[in-house]
Design a protein around this ligand. Structure first.
Ligand code: SF4
Ligand code: SF4
Ligand code: SF4
Length: 427
């Protein structure tokens, strides 16, 4: 197999195709700490793209409660177990050699492509370690919602989640859609070459004319995001709302500037920011004033989901502050601790950039901060136990669209309005 460079792993890895990269890459950052699991994102996608016959159990966007929820059920635990069996040597990271080229250190274990190498069949069809979920596993997208201790006891369903005097239970919501990976496993596994990655924006699509429904993509995608439609007998997946990315909405985007996707634009909790990042070769071009570049590359506060799988996913997450670090490290790699420490007491610039989450329907390509007055000073206790004084400034952050026009202007302190007494009960 050819070798490609995976910056999230800090090393080269085997991949069935030669290295090739788009000019721009679709990417997103989710702040897990803010999600309320309202599923508005899920329904925004469903009502736009998957309401036809055969799509009844399809949720291209889903929000699941970790550690026990999953769509399909146990997708991550199952794959982690399979890889561990193939590589009992351990899936470990070496973190002493962090550099800008390998910001998380180096992954020493095996990716899904490397773990599958000895299983490659003569027709080359098995190119990534994976499995096809059962029908039953797809049927309950939100099973074990808000369950902190796993399967509830039959007799006492609700009496067992919180235990006094110590509250040790935890869960968090994980928002998921296709990661439009840099090295997609779905694409690598398709024997019909029906899956392609667009050179203009890195969006991964299934050509519905070429697909014959072999489900190799369903088997290979570690995130289980391609789905089989048993009515049309072909596979489907998230299309990153590409008409919106292309700026084809004549009402919301009269000057054809790219818009955020449906699931991003609908997010009630304001946990999402989505964008396009410029690529130079295999790397992100250095554009420090791009909010995604700032959060992922510069501050490293947003981390990839299961980077060890090796697909270089383009979805990044600010990990939840309250979950056990071992679990989070397995899920987001070895930089979890520093990301949470930073998030627990954000500095002036970070706090301003965080206001851009869900602030505009237009994709923000650049931001600028205008300084405002100091409005508060608070003492935070960080997860490490250190104390830190956080100064809060009412800065204004301005987001610019692709054409360089102002798309949003927002302050750190939310403006409040006092209703005059003659309008006290009116709306
Ligand atoms: S998340 Fe899965 S379906 Fe999406 S690009 Fe990556 S491998 Fe393909
Ligand atoms: S990007 Fe569009 S197609 Fe993909 S999950 Fe979100 S709403 Fe659905
Ligand atoms: S809309 Fe936002 S807050 Fe609601 S479930 Fe989706 S990601 Fe979470």
């Amino acid at each position: 197999m050819p070798e490609v460079y995976n910056w999230q792993l800090g090393r080269k890895m085997s991949y069935p195709h030669e290295e090739a990269h788009p000019q721009w890459q679709f990417a997103f950052v989710f702040n897990i700490n803010r999600c309320i699991a309202c599923q508005t994102c899920t329904m925004a996608c469903k009502s736009t793209w998957t309401f036809a016959k055969g799509q009844e159990y399809m949720w291209w966007n889903n929000v699941e409660s970790k550690p026990y929820g999953g769509y399909p059920q146990n997708w991550d635990a199952k794959l982690l177990t399979m890889i561990e069996k193939e590589n009992p040597e351990e899936q470990v990271w070496r973190t002493k050699n962090k550099t800008p080229e390998n910001p998380y250190g180096t992954f020493r274990g095996k990716t899904i492509f490397e773990a599958a190498e000895k299983h490659v069949s003569p027709d080359g069809s098995k190119r990534a370690l994976g499995y096809i979920p059962t029908e039953q596993e797809w049927q309950s997208p939100n099973i074990h919602e808000e369950t902190a201790t796993g399967n509830p006891r039959k007799k006492d369903q609700w009496g067992y989640s919180a235990e006094l005097p110590e509250h040790r239970t935890w869960f968090f919501y994980l928002q998921r859609l296709c990661n439009h990976c840099t090295y997609p496993a779905c694409l690598a596994a398709c024997p019909r070459n029906a899956i392609y990655k667009r050179p203009e924006d890195g969006i991964v699509l299934i050509d519905q004319e070429r697909c014959r429904g072999y489900r190799k993509c369903v088997e290979a995608c570690p995130y289980k995001k391609p789905m089989y439609n048993s009515t049309t007998r072909i596979s489907e997946k998230c299309i990153a709302c590409y008409p919106r990315i292309e700026g084809k909405d004549p009402v919301l985007s009269p000057d054809a500037t790219p818009l955020e996707t449906r699931c991003m634009a609908a997010c009630v909790g304001k946990i999402r920011i989505q964008g396009l990042v410029k690529k130079t070769g295999g790397k992100w071009a250095k554009v420090p004033e791009n909010p995604l570049h700032f959060l992922v590359q510069e501050r490293k506060i947003a981390l990839p989901l299961y980077p060890q799988f090796g697909t270089e996913p383009n979805g990044y997450y600010i990990p939840p502050r309250w979950a056990p670090r071992g679990y989070l490290t397995q899920m987001f790699g070895p930089s979890v601790e520093q990301a949470i420490e930073q998030y627990s007491s954000p500095d002036r610039e970070l706090l301003a950039v965080m206001q851009l989450f869900r602030a505009s329907q237009q994709i923000i390509f650049k931001f600028k901060i205008e300084k405002g007055p100091k409005v508060a000073e608070i003492e935070n206790t960080l997860p490490s136990g250190k104390k830190k004084v956080q100064e809060i400034f009412n800065d204004t952050v301005i987001g610019y669209n692709k054409l360089g026009k102002e798309a949003v202007r927002i302050t750190v302190e939310e403006p409040t309005f006092e209703r005059s007494k003659e309008h006290l009960n009116s709306i």
